[in-house]
Write a new protein. Structure first.
Length: 135
């Protein structure tokens, strides 16, 4: 069993909703959690903002696009989900619980007509909270 102080080397990231993996990612580009404080230095309730930015090579799966489309069409799209970081040995190393995540932005990059460039997707999620939990 790895030591709690041992650095985590990520091999893959998995985004799951209701126990189903909807996408696998190669990079957690950013995870930011920010809280607003009032003039007395106390946290303002309900002002926490969490953004998670994930990157991957584009696949033929449509789950992310469908979720994003639901969000911008006004359908209920908030989902509580898990982001699991898998180590080189294939075992879960770190897990985050994302509460009421919504796909804020879905970017596609790398479209070239010569067919030599791999497409990439970047997903930006906004969440009400993020908690690190035991994998």
């Amino acid at each position: 069993m790895p030591s709690p102080n041992e650095p985590v080397v990520a091999a893959r990231l998995s985004l799951t909703i209701d126990g189903q993996e909807i996408a696998s990612f190669s990079k957690l580009a950013n995870m930011t959690s920010e809280v607003s404080y009032d003039s007395s230095g106390e946290p303002e309730p309900g002002t926490a903002q969490v953004e998670v930015v994930l990157e991957r090579s584009m696949t033929r799966g449509t789950e992310l696009a469908a979720w994003h489309q639901a969000a911008y069409s006004g359908a209920p799209a908030k989902r509580s989900c898990s982001l699991v970081v898998f180590g080189r040995d294939g075992a879960p190393a770190v897990k985050y619980a994302l509460k009421n995540a919504i796909p804020l932005k879905l970017e596609v990059e790398g479209i070239a007509v010569d067919g030599a460039q791999q497409l990439a997707e970047t997903l930006t999620l906004r969440c009400e909270s993020v908690d690190r939990v035991n994998p």
